[in-house]
Design a binder for this molecule. Structure first.
Ligand code: GLY
Length: 295
């Protein structure tokens, strides 16, 4: 496909993160490469203290520690990831530094935090007054029950195609609210929360990370596209891999978005309520996803 036919650049992201997707779209329109545009986009939500599932202001674990997970993947197949990081807000940018400044793909916990300081990142208290208050309220009857589409307004996963037609993505989250100490979900796991193959396309997931990890959802979607499915068909099949094997799918939400090399976009989720953003030709739209449970 000729680049003119593609009408790049394009940015898509999970949920109705209007400002984050607009930021990525504007960066792409200026000629910024896909990975840096995606990182700039998701950082809007990492910095947004009103967002209780990403970055600063994210809900803590059961012990009151805010721990963040993120990964990035570039068009040349390089990737970086950080898991269970405390005191650093912009963890997608940190994941890129793991990719570019270390011989590794993933750094965890205090190692990732120390690496961040060595790279000039500043320490920040991620537990805001309002997140602390909500956690203290939760402690009064600490039952763990993930809520469909409310608690799981979680991960921001973003996929960008730049003016050169190259695809990259970023995925960043504080994970499930009041998770067990040390719990890591799908978002920083390359292939689960995010996967890119610049010859084929990319995918990101959001929702109950444990279920995405069991099916390596984002890698699955890219491979299904490689085998001829459209992004929409591939997202539907990846969701149904989960619903076919897990009788409890009424209890959790999973949603995927995907884009192929031609710029076609798809999205599917288990339960009604998931939306995603699409920026193309200067237009930034919030689109309702089709869903598996129809009633
Ligand atoms: N999808 C985010 C998580 O489960 O941590």
């Amino acid at each position: 496909m000729a680049l003119n036919d593609l009408k790049a650049p394009i940015a898509i992201c999970t949920w109705g993160f209007v400002a984050a997707n607009a930021k990525a779209g504007e960066e792409l329109s200026k000629g910024i490469k896909a990975l840096d545009a995606a990182i700039a986009g998701v950082s809007v939500e990492e910095d947004n203290i009103k967002n209780t599932t990403v970055g600063k202001g994210g809900a803590p674990d059961r012990e009151g520690n805010v721990t963040l997970d993120a990964c990035v993947m570039d068009s040349n197949g390089d990737c970086g990831s950080v898991v269970c990081v405390e005191n650093i807000t912009n963890v997608a940018a940190l994941a890129k530094r793991v990719m570019t400044e270390t011989p590794h793909v993933m750094l965890a916990g205090s190692g990732a935090e120390e690496f961040a300081y060595s790279q000039g990142f500043e320490s920040d208290n991620l537990l805001t007054d309002s997140s602390k208050k909500a956690w203290e309220e939760w402690l009064k009857s600490p039952e763990y029950k993930p809520l469909i589409n409310i608690e799981n307004h979680d991960t921001i996963g973003m996929l960008c195609i730049d003016k050169d037609g190259d695809i990259a993505g970023a995925c960043t989250t504080s994970g499930l609210s009041y998770k067990m100490k040390g719990r890591v979900g799908d978002s920083p796991i390359i292939g689960s929360g995010l996967f890119i193959d610049n010859d084929i396309g990319g995918a990101v997931g959001t929702g109950m990370g444990e279920e995405i990890m069991k099916t390596v959802g984002s890698f699955l979607i890219v491979e299904l596209m490689r085998n001829g499915m459209s992004p929409q068909q591939a997202c539907e099949e990846a969701v149904q891999r989960i619903t076919r094997k897990n009788d409890h799918f009424n209890d959790f939400q999973i949603a995927y978005i995907a884009i192929n090399k031609s710029g076609d976009v798809g999205s599917y989720c288990i339960h009604k309520g998931f939306t995603y953003m699409k920026y193309q030709n200067g237009k930034n739209e919030n689109i309702h996803s089709d869903h598996y449970v129809k009633s």
